[in-house]
Design a protein around this ligand. Structure first.
Ligand code: FES
Ligand code: MG
Length: 579
């Protein structure tokens, strides 16, 4: 610490442009800090660290960040910095409809522009629910001011009928039991009470946990902090340490672009695949990398998946929950098991190479983090599929799919929209069998817009009653990271812009071959041409406002669903904040 403190006063800080100004900008800017009741001695010449707080009463997952911000401030002040907390949009997965994903890019813009326009030298990003983590990393990457991320932490597990409840994963499972009359109305209400177990993010390997784990794997969170449970006191001390580190990052001028390198993304990819993480992470990692011109492609996921075993026994790929992962050593322990496949020279927000962190780690619980010799699943959790139905790719989380469906050919049953799906899925007359391939289209980034989590098409009640738990389902949509099944997602290009999914008709044969990585519609070339010629796009639903901007500029999932104007075309366009 002493050496860092020595640097304060020696370097020209970005914030000095405002606070040390000799013209009218100086007194004007300083009066803002004086209005907070701070003396000149408290702030003069010190690094100003923003705290981007995303807590909101609209978002239960992030409520704990209110308290966490105080611990961050304590750390910043202790390290000789000046904390300034500001609030951002909060993307709450539970309440935002049709999808918090619609607003990920908006939040990324808000973060970037706040960092650009205010006198900040660095930032602590307080995240929680799913889309906030990637949005903050995208914004911080584009701004490229020193940044560190702190998360709200996974919620405690509720208990029901003697079992710990996994967020999302158990909800979907018990919902099916309720739909088929196996749970009474009273039991369903009891479940709801026990399921609502407190503040924090989903305690399974859903998108929130996946993205915070990946932030740590990328090097943007302090080691061991992504998994600390929301109500554990360690979460506050981790926040304090992160506040301290933010000041040190400024003084060492260590920026996101130096941390989130191609090698850091390769590390994140390994951890993603080894942990059976959420399918949404594919889109988010591509978007974050895109902001920095790091060459990451959809095919990288497949290539790495072929040589990365799935090791983490967490729902929905496995059986355990996030608190078990934390007790087993969290992300550093998983990295330790995989270290031979990682780039250990990568610098993290600690200012040290990853190697230094892993040297201090010992392994604990082999039921939670399996060994490479005895993996949960021998290959990585993801397959990237291509074929005439998905020329620009589609994905399948293999670790939660049914092996008997890996190689399957069946007749299509098409739903033209989400409302069509909801209307017909439980119709006793629905012409569906265990061989059917359910198709949902017009549910993509442009089509809705915002790519909602509609891809985990429910199993029709008719089949559930026959005891059938999984069939092949395909869409241009996403699904919750907590869902499982043989569900193919993110088909690109999507139906609404004329992707091949638009031309599928009931009864067409669709062939899935996971080993060959293909997804094909078995119709003749003439038939293709005919159907294509008679297709025309639907009129856009939104004629104004942000949804229109979104639909006009969003890229397809294979490019991370960022906006075309936010993604730099080449390194020359990188909009690094000056100085
Ligand atoms: Fe917010 Fe899962 S709904 S973390
Ligand atoms: Mg989710």
């Amino acid at each position: 610490m002493a050496s860092y403190r020595g640097l304060i006063g020696q370097m020209r800080l970005r914030s000095a442009e405002w606070f040390e100004g000799r013209d009218e900008l100086g007194p004007q800017s300083r009066s803002v800090l004086r209005t907070l009741g701070w003396s000149r001695e408290f702030f003069a010449g010190k690094p100003v660290i923003g705290i981007a707080n995303s807590w909101s009463e609209l978002n239960n997952c992030n409520l704990g960040l209110k308290l966490i911000a105080d611990a961050v401030k304590r750390g910043i002040i202790a390290a000789g910095g000046v904390p300034l907390e500001f609030h951002t949009m909060s993307l709450g997965e539970e309440l935002m409809k049709p999808s918090a994903m619609l607003y990920r890019n908006l939040l990324a813009m808000e973060i970037e522009e706040t960092l650009r326009s205010y006198p900040l030298d660095g930032v602590v990003l307080l995240t929680g629910c799913d889309k906030i983590t990637p949005a903050q990393l995208m914004g911080a990457a584009s701004a490229n001011l020193p940044a560190i991320q702190v998360c709200a932490g996974p919620k405690a597990a509720g208990r029901w009928k003697g079992q710990e409840l996994g967020s999302g994963t158990d909800l979907w499972q018990y919902l099916d039991a309720y739909r088929t009359g196996k749970l009474s109305e009273k039991e369903w209400q009891e479940f709801e009470e026990d399921y609502s177990s407190g503040v924090g993010t989903c305690n399974t390997m859903g998108t929130a946990s996946t993205m915070t784990v990946l932030s740590e794997a990328l090097g943007m969170m302090l080691p061991g902090t992504a998994t600390i449970p929301a109500t554990n006191a360690q979460r506050l001390s981790a926040a304090e340490l992160s506040g301290r580190r933010a000041v040190e990052l400024v003084l060492r001028d260590l920026r996101p672009a130096q941390i989130m390198t191609r090698n850091a993304f390769e590390n994140a990819l390994r951890i993603y695949l080894a942990s059976g993480g959420s399918t949404n992470a594919v889109i988010h990692l591509l978007a974050i990398a895109g902001r920095l011109c790091v060459p990451l492609t959809l095919d990288d996921f497949d290539v790495f998946s072929q040589s990365t075993p799935t090791l983490l026994n967490l729902q929905p790929s496995g059986t355990r929950l996030m608190h078990d992962f934390h007790a087993a050593g969290g992300v550093p322990a998983l990295m330790k098991v995989l270290q031979e496949q990682l780039h250990l020279e990568c610098i993290t927000v600690t200012g040290q190479p990853l190697k230094a962190t892993l040297e201090t780690i010992s392994l604990r619980d082999h039921d939670v983090i399996h060994s490479v010799q005895e993996p949960l699943y021998p290959l990585g959790s993801l397959a990237v599929l291509r074929g005439n139905l998905a020329p620009r790719g589609a994905i399948l989380r293999v670790s939660t799919a049914s092996p008997q469906l890996y190689n399957h050919c069946g007749p299509a049953l098409v739903f033209h929209s989400y409302s069509d799906l909801i209307e017909r899925i439980d119709d006793p007359e629905l012409p569906v069998t265990a061989e059917s391939v359910l198709v949902l289209r017009n549910a993509g980034a442009v089509g809705v817009p915002g790519l909602p989590e509609w891809g985990s098409i429910p199993i029709p009640k008719k089949l559930l009653m026959q005891g059938i738990k999984d069939i092949v389902r395909i869409s241009d949509s996403r699904m919750s990271g907590t869902s499982s099944g043989t569900i193919i997602l993110h088909i690109s290009p999507e139906a609404s812009i004329g992707g091949p999914l638009a031309f599928v008709q009931d009864g067409d044969l669709i062939e899935l071959n996971v080993e060959a990585r293909t997804l094909s519609l078995l119709i003749t070339e003439e038939e293709w041409a005919q159907r294509r010629a008679s297709w025309s796009p639907a009129l856009p639903e939104h004629r104004r406002g942000y949804p229109r901007l979104y639909a006009e500029h969003v890229l397809q999932p294979d490019e991370g669903c960022d906006f075309d104007f936010l993604k730099p075309a080449s390194e020359e366009d990188l909009p690094f904040i000056l100085p």
